[in-house]
Design a protein around this ligand. Sequence first.
Ligand SMILES: [Zn+2]
Length: 185
Amino acid sequence: MARYQLNALSADSDACFAALDRSNLIYTALPARPMQNGCGLNDGVRFDQSSVPYSSGFDLSCGMAAALYWYETEVDRLALEHLGSGLARINHLGSYACRNINGATAGRRSQHATANAIDISGFVLLDGRSVSVLADWEGETEESRFLHAVHKRACGLFNTVLGPEYNDLHADHFHFDMGRLRACR
Ligand SMILES: [Zn+2]
């Protein structure tokens, strides 16, 4: 249901910006970067202030911004449930990058090439603890259970979710995007 609604927003930029305007997200609508060589950004959003702070600023497509905004609240809830503390910060490795899938020299453009993706590397909690995909994915710890729970929840919101079990390139982050491919790995 959530993913259905978010895909509808991805397909309709007026509805998407209207939804962001009704949310608590403070954002800047970005001027279009026309598509060139498979890279560019229409309906771009810069996160200025959201429910949870991020390690640094980033640009996203509007549909992806809406999905991430929704996701933050879910991660905060899961942090409280699994770790007994809310979320203070989300660490990311970037969103927009003009490159192919997996950084390959040939092949299709990545969803990052249209700012329709973000890579999340970990979370900082209000009690000061850090949880990282690289260090905490494996094991029988509450941090590991939390990471598996937020990975699973992401699959209900984003179209594509890739993590450490997908391949070695994702050992240190979760990849989320709103492209057309459906994957939860
Ligand atoms: Zn990625």
